[in-house]
Ligand binder design. Structure first.
Ligand SMILES: *Cc1c(COP(=O)(O)O)cnc(C)c1O
Length: 361
């Protein structure tokens, strides 16, 4: 007897969104990014949804091996590369490609003398200042990699900070592209630049490069919090539950822990079987959108571990047993995330293991 909370994962939505990513950049090959357990959708389900991708990209070396065990034969890429020298024989054995972003990784590759055919993705720090070689150090890193006998190919790679934010003046997308081009000019190798935001909003740039690396859009989320429907994307995850209790609350009484919400009139309050232990954000303020029987309402009071409370005053038909959508096909995850001061990515990734998952087409 499970709790009424269920996450439905739509494989056809994953397939559809992959096709949207490809349609934006028909000239590029597509890495389907499925790090973090397929952004919370399940590694194996994401793998099946992205069967038409040219490769799968992720962060976790053990999940990369798992993809091979699950039968994935096309390329696999580790976006942060390997974390220790001992990973290298395993990556070689399973033909797993990897990013190279620091001197230490190059030194470990130089010391790895086994016969192997490795595919490196040399990462440039074109301004984000997370991983990668500075543009002025890039050429030297490339030359070092080129001399390593086991390195069979080098892809040129960078990552954008603000592809979803045309107004960003600190680090405009065009400046990152300019630095990347200057630092990699004349170097041989496929180019891999674009995440979802660049694929969706800068299709020319995406199409002009050899590979794109969409992630969140494949799950029906948008990078900048814009409307997924406007981009023709479909929600892959729908989180639903039910009303398990109803309270008539007189004016002046408070609801939940900390008594954060006080009824300013007589109110009908519904208790939903969904809490922060299911992955719902505890910091969601009053009024975070929720659908009850298809009608939009909002949360009232603090989200607790296993429950949250919603206003049913204006939904006379709602009662114990009413259907609740927390986010998904009818209530965009980005809308809920925005109200809660976060991003759709965080909500989908945080889906808790205790939530039952149902696969739908
Ligand atoms: C996660 C990731 C992506 C995908 O980013 P989205 O914003 O989800 O499209 C692409 N490239 C790298 C290096 C990443 O780490």
């Amino acid at each position: 007897m499970p709790r009424p909370i269920v996450a439905s994962i739509s494989i056809s939505a994953l397939q559809h969104n992959l096709a949207v990513a490809r349609a934006h950049a028909p000239g590029a090959r597509v890495w389907g990014v499925l790090k973090a357990n397929g952004y919370g959708h399940g590694l194996e389900r994401a793998m099946r949804g992205f069967a038409a991708a040219d490769g799968l990209a992720l962060i976790e070396p053990d999940y990369a091996v798992r993809l091979r065990e699950l039968g994935w034969t096309k390329p696999i890429l580790l976006l942060e590369g390997f974390f220790e020298a001992d990973d290298l024989p395993v990556l070689a054995q399973h033909d797993i490609q990897f990013a190279v972003h620091c001197e230490e990784q190059i030194a470990q590759l130089e010391a790895f003398t086994a016969a192997a055919s490795l595919h490196a993705h040399l990462k440039m720090n074109s301004g984000m200042n997370r991983l990668g070689f500075k543009p002025e150090a890039y050429r030297a890193a490339y030359a070092r990699l080129q001399k390593i006998p086991s390195v069979a190919s080098i892809t040129l790679m960078t990552h954008f900070a603000n592809a979803d934010d045309a107004g960003n003046l600190l680090l405009p997308l065009a400046e990152q592209v300019r630095r990347f081009q200057a630092g990699s000019e004349g170097l041989d190798g496929p180019r891999s630049l674009c995440n979802s935001a660049a694929d969706l909003m800068h299709a020319e740039l995406a199409n002009d490069n050899d590979w794109v690396r969409p992630g969140v859009m494949l799950y029906g989320g948008t990078p900048g919090g814009g409307s997924a429907a406007d981009f023709g994307l479909r929600a892959a995850m729908t989180l639903e539950s039910r009303i398990i209790g109803v309270q008539q609350v007189p004016a002046g009484e408070a609801i939940g822990y900390g008594s954060r919400f006080v009824a300013d009139k007589p109110m009908k309050i519904g208790v939903v079987a969904c809490g922060y232990a299911d992955g719902y954000p505890r910091h969601a303020p009053n009024g975070t959108p929720v659908l009850v029987d298809g009608v939009k309402t909002g949360t009232v009071g603090r989200v607790s571990m296993d429950m949250l409370t919603v206003d049913l005053t204006h939904i006379p038909g709602a009662d114990v047993g009413s259907q609740v959508e927390l986010w998904g096909s009818r209530l965009p995850i980005d809308e809920v995330a925005y109200a809660a001061g976060t991003i759709g990515y965080e909500l989908m990734c945080a889906l808790a293991p205790r939530v039952a998952v149902r696969e739908v087409d």
